[in-house]
Design a protein around this ligand. Structure first.
Ligand code: NAD
Length: 476
């Protein structure tokens, strides 16, 4: 996607890393240890499909094992390559560190266009890929735990979990070998929406940071802000849906593979998603203006640009034409290092990928903990909490009866207060807390240090410091 004279995705990540470590006081050896990718395993395997053997190439890369297991999604896309997988694995190390998920960084990918295969074929391919990784401990609850990424979802995760169970019949923790599973196969409520939900929480927290909002040259709250989204897949769809339904944002542009839709009055996210599912793209959608060259819509005026598809889409070729004052990197690596320099000079505020899309790994962490503890969150406390709340409500009812017309409870107080938190509420609460705390840690550096003028450098500083502390604690 990026222009030819631009560094690769991995080089871009390294450049951003180098910019941050230049502001730190790390011994050069440790700096190098943290930066490099520990190992990348390439596998080529055959699957008999449609009467003949087809060979596939996949990767699993481990960036840093300062904490184990290492964690990172598996991507299915024809463009997958070693450089990309290594860049994504490095981002996972920094992301987990920033949001305090106790994992090292890893990533996997398979060179395949999943749309070219039916469900049965995809299952055969996924199980074979999983088999190759499992037998080398590259999928393992204690060592390496994948999750969904572009082109994969809960269906693929369920196949991987089942494959692991078949090969490790006595492992009581087998469900924890992969996250992002369906809820009826060991998953957790709120995982599918988690990354988009995290993007929403990140934006809410950004708009609570008055100094940050001012730095972006913006005013007000999220309410009424216009948003252009690229990629209406898992992450983009959930982020756009929640922002429009719950925060009063207007989705004025949706960019997909086959073009883009725009509407200054706001697009109906649910209707567009439905249209894409039935027509394999956005073209022909009746409500909205269709633009054939979708990438030009990235350059249209809006308050918030939300790239949620693939890397390198904002690059040296278009950075100076980007008008949005705020970019939230819902995808991994959508802004190249070169574009990042141009945008920083223009004063554009970028909420970096490492933070913005960390909702996925945060809820994956909750799922992993749930699998290891073998019990659903809230199961022990919920009814007890409700019983205690009932005591308060009974007392307030008595008081209200006593006071007559002078005082009464607000109509929906009783219902809201009585309900103990179930798994979904607890997951959202844990995610919200994580996104707020991580933002605060970045913002303290962004606003507090004269030599840091952007959130990305701040995020790297916070993340690298924690990784370094963990290596130091091991005596390295
Ligand atoms: P997905 O496969 O569900 O969705 C990707 C969407 O982008 C699809 O709708 C696809 O049609 C669209 N798309 C593909 N190429 C495009 C192009 N050239 N122009 C416009 N649209 C295009 O993937 P996802 O899981 O939503 O992941 C999207 C991004 O978010 C990736 O960068 C991924 O690494 C990152 N991410 C995902 C998760 C997760 O939990 N799924 C977590 C963290 C980060």
């Amino acid at each position: 996607m990026s222009t030819p004279n631009e560094p690769s995705f991995r080089e871009s990540v390294d450049m951003m890393f180098n910019r941050a470590v230049a502001l730190m006081d790390l011994p050069p050896g440790l700096e190098e240890k943290i930066r490099v990718c520990n190992a990348t395993y390439t596998v080529r395997f055959g699957v008999r499909l449609r009467g003949q053997m087809q060979t596939f190439t996949g990767y699993r890369s481990v960036h840093s094992e300062h904490m184990e297991p290492v964690k990172g999604g598996i991507r299915y896309a024809i463009s997958v390559n070693q450089d990309e997988v290594e860049a994504l694995a490095a981002l996972m190390t920094y992301k987990c560190s920033l949001v305090e998920a106790p994992f090292g960084g890893s990533k996997g990918g398979l060179c395949i266009d999943p749309r070219e295969y039916d469900e049965h074929e995809l299952e055969l391919i996924t199980r074979r890929f999983a088999y190759e990784l499992i037998k080398r401990d590259m999928i393992n609850p204690a060592q390496n735990v994948p999750a969904p990424d572009m082109g994969t979802g809960e269906r693929e995760m369920a196949w991987i979990a089942d494959q692991y169970k078949r090969m490790n019949t006595t492992d009581i923790n087998s469900s924890a070998c992969v996250t992002g599973k369906p809820t009826n196969a060991g998953g957790i409520q709120g995982r599918t929406e988690a990354t988009g939900r995290g993007v929403q929480y990140a934006l809410r927290e950004f708009f609570r940071d008055r100094e940050g909002v001012k730095k972006a040259g913006m005013t007000g709250t999220l309410n009424g802000k216009t948003v252009i989204v690229q990629g209406l897949g898992n992450v983009g769809y959930h982020a756009a849906k929640f922002l429009s339904e719950e925060d009063g944002c207007k989705i004025t542009g949706i960019i997909e593979r086959d073009g883009a839709l725009t509407d200054p009055n706001g697009l109906d996210v649910e209707a567009v998603r439905h249209w894409i599912a039935n027509h394999d793209g956005v073209s022909g959608y009746p409500d909205g203006f269709y633009v054939k060259d979708g990438s030009t819509v990235l350059e249209e005026a809006c308050d918030i640009l939300l790239p949620a598809a693939l890397e390198g889409v904002i690059n040296l070729g278009n950075a100076d034409r980007i008008k949005a004052p705020l970019i939230i990197e819902a995808a991994n690596g959508p802004v190249t290092a070169g574009a990042d320099n141009i945008l920083r000079e223009k004063g554009t505020v970028i909420i970096p990928d490492m933070y913005a899309n960390a909702g996925g790994v945060t809820v994956s962490y909750f799922e992993w903990v749930k699998n290891l503890s073998h019990i659903r969150f809230g199961r022990m406390q919920r009814r007890q909490e409700e019983a205690r709340h009932q005591l308060v409500v009974d007392e307030l009812t008595r008081l209200s009866d006593h006071l007559g017309d002078a005082w009464s409870m607000t109509p929906d107080f009783k219902e809201k207060y009585l309900r103990g938190a179930g798994e979904l509420e607890l997951v959202r609460s844990g995610l919200d807390d994580t996104m707020r705390a991580a933002y605060q840690s970045m913002a303290a550096v962004w606003h507090g240090r004269d030599d840091v003028d952007d959130l990305r450098t701040a995020a790297y500083l916070v993340a690298i410091e924690k990784v370094a502390a963990s290596y130091r604690a091991k005596g390295l």
